[in-house]
Every structure is written in C-alpha cells, then in structure tokens.
Design a protein around this ligand. Structure first.
Ligand SMILES: [Zn+2]
Length: 269
C-alpha cells in the first residue's frame, strides 16, 4: 500500500478519507458479490478472530460509515439471533457497519415480523446466506422449559418456543442435555417456520441463491457451533399443502452445501 503511506505521511485527513473510500482494503466486503460459501467463510473467520481476542475491527471507521451512508447497504449475510445482550452479533463475527443484516428477538423466534425482516434481507438486499443462531443459557428457552409465569406480550412471544421445548422433552427428558437440546431444537424450529411461511425463502433456496443454516453461540467460549442446513430441508422446501417433490426433483439443494454440521460444545447449557 505504497500510495496509502504517501497520504499518511502527508497527514491530510481529507485525502486519507478519499483514499480509504477507494482502497479495496477499506471497501466493505459486503460491496463485493459473494456467494453463500464466501459469506459463510467471512463469518467463520470473523468468529475465529473474536475468539482469539484479536478482532480486526474492520469496517467500523468513519470511511465505512460514510461509504454505506452514501452508497447504501450491501450486507453479505442475514442473521436471526436472540436479543440477549451477551450475543452481540457484529462483535462475535468481527464484522463492520453494513456487513450483516441482523434480526434480534428474544428466543430467536420466526414469527410474522421476523420473517418479513428476513425476506427483506434475503430478497431485497440479496444476502446469499441466512443464519439462524441460538445460544447457550437462552432465557427465553429456559422460561418455557420451566413453565415460568409470563405477562403482557411475552406469552405470544414464547408461544413460538414451546414446540421446540416439547420436541426436546420427548427425546431428552431427564437428560442433562435437555436444555441445550431445546436450544438447538428451537433453532431448527425457527428455520422450519421460515421455510413454511416464506415462499420467497423457499424459491431463493430452490434457485440456488440462498443457503439457510443453523448455529449455536456458546456464551462462555465465544464460539459459534455450526449446525448446518436443516436435516429435513427437502420436506420444508415443499410448500404447505403441496405433494412432496419427486426424488431428485426441485427440492434438491441447489447449492453446494457450504456448511458442515459440527457437534455442540460439550458442557453447553
Ligand atoms: Zn436468548
């Protein structure tokens, strides 16, 4: 970056800003055309930097702020995550301003508003990757598991979590893994809700323009455990009421899976 050094020596703020906006190293990764595999790699690498305590902090400066304000947003991933303050999505993926289109709601549920927001991210902003991310020690999942008394508008929210908890109980009742498995089931359930209720998501996946993966964030380590695509994706790709696609038909994944499922961290809560 010889040119950049010359400007820095000159200490000309305006010149530096101009350079930052035109220097590829300063350009948002999101401004480049990426596929789901590259988007996934950005998140994996960013999370590794975060875990190591060596975030790059790229894209959080004035140059990026001005760039996206002027040129619009071009995020490379849509992420549905929990509102829990311990799950700061941009920080844990070490991403900058304009990189990630984030939906945060208690229990990372997919109801009407969340699905509408997701459709904006994947359909209007064209992110090639949708990540639905739960986390260990999720209070929303725990509240449902424990049958906690909730008031106001919260019952309508946690209603979305209840089916996942029922499924987890059917398989893991009495097991120390029950809570963690309920969190994982809740991720799958959110993905299922998106597929069932969003024709746009189904058609983008079918066209190979979108990949949808689950993830689990571990509060203690900062690690994102990748769960891969929904195990029943083929079934979910079939619109409600329609007959399942013939084997090898349109329900087949159109993109090469970019994400391998990994086992949950031992000891997760
Ligand atoms: Zn939570």
């Amino acid at each position: 970056m010889r040119v950049r050094r010359q400007f820095l020596v000159g200490s000309l703020l305006v010149a530096s800003l101009r350079l930052a906006a035109s220097d590829p190293a300063h350009a948002p990764v999101s401004a480049q055309a990426v596929d789901s595999g590259e988007a996934f790699r950005f998140l994996v690498e960013g999370n590794a930097r975060f875990m190591e305590g060596k975030p790059s902090g790229a894209g959080r400066d004035e140059a990026r702020r001005l760039d996206v304000a002027k040129n619009g947003q071009h995020p490379f991933a849509t992420v549905l995550s929990c509102s829990d303050s311990r799950v700061p999505v941009e920080l844990l993926f070490d991403q900058g301003i304009g990189d990630v289109f984030v939906v945060r709601v208690a229990g990372n549920v997919s109801d009407t508003d969340e699905i509408g927001t997701i459709e904006y991210g994947v359909g209007h902003l064209h992110t090639p990757l949708l990540v639905v991310m739960g986390h260990t020690s999720c209070g929303a999942v725990k509240a449902v598991m424990e049958g906690a008394e909730v008031h106001g508008s919260i019952p309508a929210l946690v209603d979305n979590v209840a089916p996942a908890v029922r499924l987890a109980r059917a398989k893991y009742e009495g097991s120390p893994r029950l809570f963690q498995e309920a969190v994982r089931m809740n991720v799958w359930m959110s993905i299922e809700d998106v597929f069932k209720r969003s024709e746009e998501v189904r058609s983008l996946v079918k066209a190979g323009k979108l990949q949808v993966v689950g993830a689990l964030y571990v509060l203690e380590t900062g690690a994102v455990i990748w769960m891969g695509e929904h195990p029943e994706k083929t079934r979910l790709m079939t619109p409600p009421g329609a007959r399942p696609a013939a084997p090898g038909g349109g329900a087949r994944p159109a993109t090469k899976p970019a994400v391998a499922a990994t086992k949950p961290a031992p000891g997760g809560h």
